[in-house]
Design a protein around this ligand. Structure first.
Ligand SMILES: CC1=C(/C=C/C(C)=C/C=C/C(C)=C/C=O)C(C)(C)CCC1
Length: 295
């Protein structure tokens, strides 16, 4: 695409094009896979269980990240941000809120699976809906703070996408980063780790592993770990000295979340896969159920 806009500092023409292409693939693939996940839930009656509602909510959050990535891809190809500073704040808020919600729902699914496999209790609709409402309100609160001055949204190094600005690393940033990370990542990593540890022990006992219990935590750390490292590094050192290309790795990996989550929690889930198959082919297949009590 021919553009009269100058290249962002530290990036060649090829870099901008490659990063834009990565964002586009991430955005479109994530959008497609999560749209199928959501449609299957809405169309296939057998899928509409409280546990699957958490997977549906995760797909809704992930579709938000995918839309955010697609907009970033579009402006990368344009080589400038066409939506002004209000657009930057809105984009930052939307991306941050859906990203935090995605982390929360991954933890919610882990917690529910712990109950399914270890305590044999079944999630109720009232608990699933209360949990989802809480997640959206909680993440809206943390994402709104930078709009009113606790933390700040600004451009990423590529200057075609907005997110939490770590470049100043001042008191205001650190005072936001620490509690935000504890409440939106620390607790969730703990829940995911301990839930799948118990599930792994259970699988060992029964000798019937229904899925690999190590994958969710690994995926979560792969997608969000680099962001966490960069954000905390910026709290103690000047992150502007890190090369802009290296800094772009964090948001690029974070935006692979929707694709990984759809593959892991919808297509990789024996309860859900049958429903997706039914949506695509119209062929009814039995959704395996675990005998559970009510929770
Ligand atoms: C800062 C930070 C976090 C959140 C990062 C998020 C939510 C990033 C969203 C990025 C987006 C959407 C980028 C768009 O380009 C964590 C992992 C919770 C904890 C560690 C510090």
């Amino acid at each position: 695409m021919v553009s009269s806009y100058p290249l962002p500092e530290g990036f060649s023409e090829f870099d901008v094009f490659s990063l834009g292409s990565c964002l586009l693939v991430e955005g479109l693939l994530g959008f497609f896979l999560n749209a199928v996940t959501m449609l299957a839930f809405l169309k296939v009656r057998e899928l509409r269980t409280p546990s699957n509602f958490l997977v549906f909510s995760l797909a809704m959050a992930d579709i938000g990240i995918s839309m955010n990535a697609t907009i970033a891809a579009f402006s990368s190809f344009l080589r400038y941000w066409p939506y002004g500073s209000d657009g930057c704040q809105t984009h930052g808020f939307q991306g941050f809120m859906t990203a935090l919600a995605s982390i929360h729902f991954v933890a919610a699914v882990a917690w529910d699976r712990y109950h399914q496999y270890c305590t044999r209790t079944k999630l109720q609709w009232s608990s699933a809906i209360t949990l989802a409402v809480f997640v959206w309100l909680f993440t809206a609160f943390w994402s709104a703070m930078p709009l009113i001055g606790w933390g700040e949204y600004d451009y990423e190094p590529l200057r075609t996408c907005c997110t939490l600005d770590y470049s100043k690393g001042d008191r205001n940033y650190v005072s936001y980063l620490v509690p935000m990370s504890i409440f939106n990542m620390g607790i969730q990593v703990f829940v995911v780790m301990s839930s799948y540890q118990s599930i792994a022990q259970k699988f060992k006992k029964t000798g019937n592993p229904r899925f690999n219990p190590n994958t969710p935590l690994k995926t979560m750390l792969f997608c969000w770990g680099p962001y966490g490292i960069l954000a905390f590094y910026a709290a103690v050192e000047n992150a502007n000295l890190v090369s802009p290309k290296l800094r772009m790795i964090a948001p690029i990996l974070a935006k692979t979340t929707p694709t990984f989550n759809a593959l892991l929690y919808a297509l990789g889930n024996e309860n859900y896969r049958g429903g997706i198959w039914q949506l695509i082919t119209g062929e009814k297949i039995d959704v395996p159920q675990i005998e559970n009590k009510s929770k």
